[in-house]
Each structure stands twice: as C-alpha cells, then as structure tokens.
Ligand binder design. Structure first.
Ligand SMILES: NC(=O)c1ccc[n+]([C@@H]2O[C@H](COP(=O)([O-])OP(=O)(O)OC[C@H]3O[C@@H](n4cnc5c(N)ncnc54)[C@H](OP(=O)(O)O)[C@@H]3O)[C@@H](O)[C@H]2O)c1
Length: 316
C-alpha cells in the first residue's frame, strides 16, 4: 500500500500504524505484561507497520520507555514515532493538564529521553488546559519543529472551535480524535475543515475497543470493574444493534477470507478523510492479524455497503 504524507510536512508513513496504550499502560488496563508490550512493538515493526502512536499518559511514561527499549536495533529512519503530552504530575502525585508553551517544551525533552531518540515524528498536544491560547501552544511546537526536535505538529481532543483557534496560523499538521464506524460526528464539520487546511486525521478507538472485531455476542456481559460495563456502546439495545451490524460484516469478510477486524480496518484505509489508522493490541498475534488489513482492497460496493450498514441514523 502506498505511504501517506502527514499534513504540510515531509513525514511519510504506512497508513496502518500501532496504537500503544496497552504497551505499558498499566493505569488504563489491568494485567499488562511489559515484556509482551515490547513484543507487540517489535511485531509491528517486523510486519512493516511504521507508525507507533504513544503518549506520556500511557503508564505515565512507561509506554514511551518500553518503546524506547523495543526500537533498539531497528533503523530509526524506517519508522515514525508519534507521542503526546500535556499532563503534569504535581508534587502530591495529582495529574493536571498543562498545555502552556514552557511545559510542552519540557514534555518533548522528557519524551525524547524516555524514547531514546533524537527527534519525534509527531508531537500531539494531548489535551488543551482551557487556559493557554491554543495558537500560542502550537507556536511553541513550531519552535521545536524549526529546531528539528519534532517533525510534525499534532493536536488531540479538541472541539471544532478549539481546532480553529489552534490552527489560527495554519501550523497544525495532524489531528487525532475519536472516530470509528459507531461514532461518526467528525464527518460533518471536522473532515471538511481538515481537508481544506491540509491537516491529516488519525481516528482513535478504530475498533471501538474490540467491539468492531466481531468477537462479542448479544449475550456478552462485562464485570463491574471492566470499563466496558458502563460504556453505552456495550449496553442495552444499542449493544444488540451493533453486534447485529458487525455480524453482517462477516459475509464480506468471508468473501475476502479475512477477519471482521481486518475488513473494518480496510474500510478506514479506503476512507480518503483518514490518514493513519492506529488499532491497539494486547498481544502480538492481534498486531499480526491487523497488519493483514493492508492486503485487503474493498470494492466500491463493499465500501458503500459498510458505510450504509453503520449509518448514524441506525444507531440512535
Ligand atoms: N489521542 C487520544 O486521546 C487517544 C485516546 C485513546 C486512544 N488513543 C490511541 O488510539 C489507539 C487505539 O485505541 P485503543 O487501542 O484504545 O482501541 P481500539 O484500537 O479501538 O481497540 C483495540 C483493542 O481491541 C482488541 N483487538 C485489537 N485487535 C484485535 C483483533 N485482531 N481481534 C480481536 N480483538 C482485537 C484489543 O483489546 P482486547 O484484546 O482486550 O479486546 C485491543 O486492545 C490507542 O492504542 C492509542 O494509541 C488516543
């Protein structure tokens, strides 16, 4: 598959990357094994996946540290690292969001050290702090870009008004927001804006935390300490509707001798408004399986069928 270019930069990458919040993200998921995390990253690089998407917040530096270890021995020019910051840990251990220019510069310095690398291909402002004017936060990242410490300026978790403020000087290269076939709000206003301003889009939760892989059934229930227990997608009539929709993707999967997750990922890969898809994984086998999506070329009819199947009015 041809590589994609990020925003207005010369950063290029494969359109299927790896989400690494389950690599060292002990604050997000129970029972993670750091050695498995390292294997997940190496499996991705060995399978030709080149974009590694991480953040300070995944394990408060642990994901970045494990990636720093995993990439030893790999040619740095052959893969891209995207990380995020804006979380400041206070003296008493609380986490506060700080997207001030000075703190973002500190975040980049610290991420470079944990990742054992000289530059970041993308640095995202993970969250806005609600105080710092976003164009000033982006201007600080532009200084780091000019200095060669980062190659592309990213933003995440912004409303449309915040995105416009951040991109006031047309410096934003890439936007990472929640988007998947179950949550398609970005299509109305965000996608046209990003297209017009040459900003790449990365959807997070592409597999809806596993719901779009076809492994759940209407009878599946989740224990109260599982985050899916209270997630509306995994509850009631909405959950049953989604499970039925996903079952219908199985017919297309069979035609391609593929898995449902691979077909869903292939749909994003064919979507012109999506730049890089970054499914997460808990095991190297999931990475290996998801990488196969790059080999699947959905026909225009199949693409339209999936588009219709998950049209927003069917999921009120
Ligand atoms: N910018 C932000 O604020 C933000 C927020 C959230 C996430 N992210 C990024 O987006 C990435 C993707 O999000 P995500 O990982 O939370 O969710 P996701 O990609 O929607 O789902 C990933 C999960 O689905 C399951 N899975 C993956 N491949 C599978 C396969 N082939 N078969 C069956 N199950 C499979 C695994 O969980 P189980 O095995 O437990 O089912 C995996 O952890 C993250 O890793 C992170 O890098 C960014």
């Amino acid at each position: 598959m041809t590589s994609v270019k990020i925003g207005k930069t010369n950063v290029t990458t494969q359109p299927l990357g790896l989400g690494t919040n389950a690599v060292g993200g002990h604050n997000l998921f129970p029972n993670l094994d750091d050695q498995v995390g390292i294997k997940i990253v190496r499996q991705a690089l060995d399978d030709g996946i080149t974009m590694l998407d991480t953040a300070f917040a995944y394990g408060m530096g642990q994901s970045e540290k494990l990636i720093g270890q995993a990439i030893q021995g790999y040619d740095r020019s052959k893969f891209q690292i995207a990380t995020k910051g804006a979380q400041r840990v206070t003296a008493n251990g609380d986490v506060v969001i700080d997207s001030s220019p000075a703190f973002l510069k500190q975040c980049v310095t610290d991420s470079l050290e944990r990742l054992q690398t000289d530059y970041l291909d993308i640095f995202y402002i993970h969250f806005p702090d609600g105080k710092t004017p976003l164009n000033e936060a982006v201007a600080a990242l532009n200084e780091l870009k000019q200095a060669g410490k980062i190659r592309a300026i990213g933003v995440s978790n912004l409303s449309m008004d915040q995105l416009r403020e951040a991109n006031q000087d047309n410096l934003v290269d890439i936007d990472e927001e929640q988007y998947n076939l179950l949550h398609r709000d970005a299509e109305a206003e965000r996608f046209p804006y990003l297209r017009e301003h040459q900003i790449s889009f990365v959807p997070f939760f592409p597999l809806a935390s596993g719901l779009l892989t076809g492994k759940y059934h209407a009878e599946t229930s989740f224990p109260s300490d599982d985050i899916r227990h209270d997630n509306p997608d995994f509850n009631g009539e909405r959950f049953t509707t989604i499970v039925n929709q996903v079952e219908q993707v199985e017919q297309i999967a069979r035609q391609h001798h593929a898995k449902v997750a691979q077909i869903i990922l292939a749909w994003y890969l064919k979507n012109p408004d999506i730049s890089v898809v970054i499914p997460g994984a808990k095991h190297p086998a999931q990475v290996q399986s998801n990488a196969q999506a790059l080999q699947i070329d959905l026909s225009a009819a199949e693409y339209a069928e999936i588009d219709q199947l998950f049209s927003p009015e069917k999921l009120q």
